[in-house]
Each structure stands twice: as C-alpha cells, then as structure tokens.
Design a protein around this ligand. Structure first.
Ligand code: SOE
Length: 389
C-alpha cells in the first residue's frame, strides 16, 4: 500500500531548526517510517540566513510569514523551533487551522499560555507533542522499562542535575536566553525543564517544591547586532553598552513527589567544567539507575543482590543492542549514537502517531504539567516559600 505523505512546515532555522531539519532527513533515510514526508516550508525572519538553511537542509520553500504558512491547505503539520515567547501564538494558530503540532520545550513561557495550548490541542483532535527529546535517548527508555518491570522496587529518591558552564564569562553577551520577555526564565525553563520532564517520565508527578534561584552576572554587554532577539549562546559583544539579565543563572529545588519520593534538583549555566551534563539518579529498595547525558549510550544499573553482598556494584549497560529501544534503526551493537538521534526518535514517534491517529507523549498536557512545576518553582524562589502543586 502507498504510504501517506505528511507535509511539514518548520518555524525556526537556528540551533533547534537545524536539529529538527537534520532529524527529518535522518528519519526519512534511516528509519522505517510509516509515511513519506515532504519538507515543504522553512520559516524564519532573516531572509538571507533562511535561504541558505533552506538550500542546505532540503526544504522546498522558504517563507518569512509563518502566519500565512500555518494557514495553507498544503501543510499538514507544523513544527515550532523558536524561542518560548512565540510558542503559544504559533501553536494556537496552527491548531486552529487543523495542523498537527510539535513544539519545542518548554511548552510556553507562562502557565496561562501553556493551559491555552493544552486546551486547544485537546479540542483539536490533532497530534500534539512537546519536544522533551531526552526522553528518547535509548538509555532513558531502558531506565523506564527497568522501573516499570519493578527492578528498582519501591522508589525512594530521585536526584537530577543539568549542568552547563557557557555563561560563566561575564563578557558573554546579553542574548535572548538572558531575557525573561523572550525566554520566560533562565536555567529553570531552558535546562531544569528537561530534568523535570525526565523525572515525571521515570518517577511520577511533583507534589511540593522549595526552590532557590540566583543570578550571578546581572549586567552583560549587549551583542554587537542587538535586536532584542539574538539567537544562541555566542555572538559578539558591542563595545561598551550593557543590559540587565532578568533570568536565573542557577535554580536549585527540593521536592516531594507522589508515592513519598523525595527529589533534589539543580540546573545551572555556571557549573564550570560541565558542558551539557544532564544526570539523573533514581533509588529504590531493589536497585538504582544513573544516567548521564555526556555518556548518553550508557545506563548504570545497580541491583540489590543479597546473596553476594560483597560483590555488588553498579553495572554499566551499553544501551546499543538492537533490542534496546530504537537501536534497531541504527548501527551494529556498540556503535554509539548521539544527541541528534533523540530528535530523530521524537520526530519518528510524532509522525507515526499522526499516520495512526494516535496520541503521543510527551504531549501538550505533559508540557502544561511541567510548566505548573516551573511556575511553582519560580514562586517558591521568588517568595521564599514552599509551594504545593
Ligand atoms: C541550552 O544550552 C540548550 O541548548 C537547551 O536549550 C537544550 O534544550 C538542551 O538540549 C541543550 O542545551
């Protein structure tokens, strides 16, 4: 039978736009997709950079008018890969025009926007997904299988950190990631949301949070080409003009989760020496798991073995066997995969759900639940109180 075709419009052509474009090419060429895809339109604001991205990544058309694009009858699905302040408007318009929507994380910059998006998605009957891509690292899915099989027993504690260090230098310019109006928050929305989502995926819902946030560098040089919407971490600083940072550089959280699980979490752009270290540890009465994104093909697993107490220890599972989640699509055992495949897996699952008219997780409701935790953390840090969800 002829495979159906899904015609995609991608909004955004910077870091995330590049990853998503690469992922579409990978899923078409290397994974056994139940549909054909058409890379129909790539949208962005800078016509020159847009044109070159369009040509390099294989998009049929380029457009600087996303509103017109999401209204087109020859588009089935809209992929949103722009900063958070634009998510709600684009997603709501796309859903109103009957499109399936994939939206980058965090779902929105405010709880109100996230709620409106989840409500609209629910009412639309379309396939909505939020881009918490790390759920789809093979080792993370394996961790979930181990927990579902009961191999960790009754869960006690979860410990999650997301450590980067690109903001340590006070000369790093004031790009959009330091601007609350565009990014919503700092390390909280950008980094901790990945940890919160992975915790919800592996352990369960949050019930209570107590948080501390801090901004270490409150003034930064304006980028040379400052427009209020620079993209990415880097960029050149202008000579002597400075602007204020109004987001958190670090956020730390103590939490209670369902089932009496206690959690400790931290996200920071100031962890000197760490580039992209998302680590999650879960402890139960029968065992434990430990994941580190900087060694993303591996899952550390500890099983409590009373027969041989002196020989117990964490074992390293290289999650690359074809039986491991998603690995059938890639290379022979031991031939590791990278950051980009988590996006390919996400897009593969979104497109497959579209073809089969099924729901897929994490959806906008998951994005909303995560946003509720973000909101509670922000309130706790601001007011110095414990917040119940
Ligand atoms: C920030 O540095 C960032 O690029 C996040 O925005 C991404 O979500 C994460 O995957 C890597 O780090």
């Amino acid at each position: 039978m002829e495979k159906p075709t899904v015609r995609i419009a991608l909004i955004g052509h910077r870091f995330m736009g590049k990853l998503h474009s690469h992922a579409y090419n990978m899923v078409q060429q290397l994974m056994d997709l139940p549909c054909r895809i058409e890379l129909a339109v790539l949208c962005g604001r800078d016509p020159v950079a847009l044109k070159s991205a369009q040509n390099a990544w294989g998009w049929r058309e380029a457009s600087t008018d996303w509103r017109a694009v999401v209204a087109r009858n020859d588009i089935d699905a809209v992929d949103i890969a722009v900063p958070g302040n634009a998510h709600a408007e684009i997603a709501l318009a796309a859903l109103a025009h009957g499109k399936h929507v994939l939206c980058e994380k965090p779902l929105a910059n405010t709880l109100g926007d996230a709620q409106a998006m989840a409500d609209a998605a629910e009412a639309s009957g379309k396939v909505d997904m939020v881009g918490f891509n790390y759920r789809r690292a093979p080792a993370v899915v394996l961790a979930r299988h181990l927990i579902e099989e009961g191999l960790l027993g009754k869960l006690f504690q979860v410990r999650g950190t997301y450590l980067q260090d690109w903001a340590v230098d006070p000369q790093v310019p004031l790009t959009w990631r330091f601007d609350r109006a565009i990014a919503g928050s700092g390390s909280l929305g950008d980094l901790l949301t990945h940890v919160l989502d992975m915790t919800r995926y592996l352990v369960g819902e949050f019930e209570q949070v107590t948080a501390v946030s801090h901004t270490f560098v409150s003034q930064r040089p304006l980028p040379a080409n400052f427009s209020g919407a620079g993209l990415g971490h880097a960029g050149q600083a202008a000579a002597d003009a400075f602007g204020s940072v109004d987001v958190d550089d670090v956020t730390a959280v103590l939490a209670k989760l369902q089932g009496g699980v206690v959690g400790v979490f931290e996200a920071t752009r100031f962890a000197t020496g760490f580039k992209n270290a998302l680590c999650l540890e879960v402890h139960g009465d029968r065992g434990a798991i430990r994941f580190d994104l900087e060694r993303m093909n591996e899952l550390d697993y500890y099983a409590v073995e009373t027969a041989t107490p002196t020989r117990q220890g964490f074992r390293r599972i290289l999650a690359t066997h074809p039986d491991h989640p998603y690995m059938q699509y890639w290379w022979p055992e031991g031939h590791i995969v990278g950051y980009d495949v988590t996006f390919a897996h996400e897009i593969y699952d979104w497109l497959s759900a579209i073809v089969r008219s099924e729901r897929v997780a994490p959806d906008f409701m998951d994005g909303l639940r995560c946003q509720a935790v973000v909101d509670a953390i922000a309130t706790s840090a601001r007011d110095g109180v414990t917040v119940r969800l």
